[in-house]
Ligand binder design. Structure first.
Ligand code: B12
Ligand code: SF4
Length: 461
């Protein structure tokens, strides 16, 4: 079979602050599916519209042959782009179109209700795609939704994959590897690339969708992770890898093993990761530093422990102590906060801003609270009739998309900007900038962040 897989552009909006801050991430989901399909003897091509900035109207120019199946991926924010792609393709080719990814998992009724999409794949796609391209009867394929006789049919869910090592590495050879770069403020060496080596998180925070691929946390084996890192370093010349796993240090022993392998093999990559402050300790942090880790992201979300409880953020630790311990180990801290959490009053947000300054992470990322489809927060707000728009392209952490019980949209945006100003326009940040001058990479990094924030604030819609 001849199969085309497409990663959509996120948004046509070129003025968003988003555009300045985010890097270009490889579509690892479809790259993995491509690898599995190639292993089974199929011909696969990937078009990464996000990396090449291809708008849906232009996709036909990039499709020069006939495919048996076309698959499109996407999160909620890029779903409108996925739908436009499906429409343009279907008007030109009579090829079955499959949509998978986070949005298809969260909103299967909407996805399969789209007249241009033939099959919606929910959750993990490794086994499902194999069965689809084998032309198995749709009624027998687990994990899909489809249309038959004018009705929508949701087949039963597929069991989660137990062993991530049982699949090949993503088909990096089909991706435009030179176009990828990490999010601004994350990497200190370039070229840098984002990577995922696990699935899931044990948390159940109300605003998050960590179990889209299954409830159980799973990680590749340290040996397999080393193999992937060496491939990225040796074949594609990356100098930094940034891990976006939900809770990188969930399996502490495995992380120690990965660090040992990186040190023993003198891999020399720098790296960063995301985790929870209750999943680290000092010896682990020191080992991570020795193995090349230079930045860690902790999600704090609110400076008020009451609000954290209400949003089910069950991380009750002394944040300042853990941030200090991380910084003492030589690892920078990037902390994230949400502005306009459900139930939050104006004073609570002011508390968050003061808290961010008090715990004094190296970087702070403030996001407007966004109820993404698939989350408990979305379901709650939908039930209460508070969702203001289902234009998913606005679900980007910068727009107010729900009617807040206590804050106006104007107040939320004002507080968002205020948080950035109060955190970044402080003498301590200026001093840090000066101290960073001894390190060329950090100097460039801080310069790029400052420019991005200024550009974003100027272009604010
Ligand atoms: C890496 C990552 C990013 C990267 C890049 C994402 C990208 N577009 O590639 C960065 C950091 C840039 C990013 C940005 C954002 N992200 Co993000 N991100 C992730 C993260 C951590 C991992 C995604 C990943 O690569 N997974 C690994 C691969 C293997 O899984 P996968 O892509 O889901 O693919 C599997 C299946 O879904 C399926 N599949 C996927 N596509 C297809 C296609 C076909 C045809 C088939 C058959 C199957 C199939 O098969 C694959 C193998 O099983 C997830 C959380 C998570 N753990 O999944 C959040 C997550 C996807 N992101 C989220 C959000 C909110 C965002 C942002 C909106 C945040 C923002 N604005 O600041 C943006 C928007 C991104 C966008 N428009 O695509 C939410 C999405 C919620 C939602 N309903 O959309 C998630 C779920 C985080 C969360 N826990 O809530 N993100
Ligand atoms: S916000 Fe972080 S801790 Fe909470 S469920 Fe999501 S990934 Fe887990």
């Amino acid at each position: 079979m001849n199969i085309l897989l497409i990663n959509p552009l996120w948004s046509k909006d070129t003025k968003s602050i988003f555009r300045y801050l985010y890097g270009v991430f490889p579509p690892l989901g479809i790259a993995l599916l491509a690898s599995i399909l190639e292993q089974d003897g199929h011909r696969v091509r990937i078009i990464d519209c996000a990396a090449h900035e291809i708008i849906p109207a232009d996709i036909i120019k990039h499709i020069s042959e006939k495919f048996d199946f076309i698959g499109i991926t996407g999160a909620s924010q890029s779903a409108p782009m996925s739908y436009e792609l499906a429409k343009v393709i279907k008007k030109n080719f009579d090829t079955p179109i499959i949509m998978g990814g986070i949005h298809a998992t969260a909103m299967p009724d909407e996805v399969i209700g789209n007249p241009y999409i033939d099959i919606c794949v929910r959750a993990e796609g490794e086994e499902t795609i194999k069965e689809i391209v084998m032309n198995k009867a749709l009624s027998t394929i687990k994990g899909i939704s489809y249309k038959a006789d004018g009705r929508v049919i949701h087949n039963p869910n597929r069991e989660p994959i137990a062993d991530l090592d049982s699949y090949p590495l993503p088909a990096y050879h089909l991706l435009p590897m030179k176009l990828y770069r990490s999010m601004l403020g994350v990497s200190i060496k370039w070229p840098s690339i984002g990577l995922i080596i696990s699935r899931g998180c044990p948390g159940k925070c109300e605003y998050c969708y960590p179990n889209s691929l299954g409830d159980k946390v799973r990680m590749k084996s340290p040996g397999r992770i080393l193999e992937e890192l060496l491939l990225l370093k040796n074949d594609y010349r990356f100098k930094e890898v940034d891990f976006y796993d939900d809770t990188f240090t969930f399996f502490k022993n495995k992380v120690v093993e990965i660090c040992d392998l990186l040190i023993q093999n003198k891999v020399g990559l720098t790296w960063s990761c995301l985790t929870r402050p209750d999943f680290v300790d000092e010896p682990l942090l020191k080992r991570m530093k020795e193995a090349g880790c230079h930045q860690l992201m902790y999600g704090i979300e609110s400076g008020s422990s009451e609000i954290r409880k209400k949003i089910n953020k069950k991380v009750d630790v002394d944040f300042k102590k853990i941030i200090k311990m991380t910084q003492r180990s030589g690892i920078q801290v990037r902390a994230t906060y949400m502005i306009g959490n459900y139930d939050e009053r104006y004073e609570d947000v002011l508390k968050t801003i003061s808290f961010a300054k008090y715990v004094n992470s190296d970087l702070a990322v403030f996001n407007v609270c966004t109820p993404f489809p698939g989350t408990a927060l979305y379901r709650r707000l939908e039930a209460e009739g508070r969702i203001l728009t289902e234009d998913w392209s606005k679900y980007d952490f910068f727009n107010v998309v729900f009617k807040h019980p206590y804050l106006t949209a104007k107040e939320i945006i004002y507080l968002y900007k205020q948080a950035n100003k109060e955190f970044y326009f402080r003498p301590i940040i200026f001093i840090r900038q000066l101290m960073a001058l001894y390190n060329f990479n950090r100097m460039i990094l801080l310069f790029r962040i400052s420019i991005a924030i200024i550009k974003g604030l100027i272009n604010w819609r």
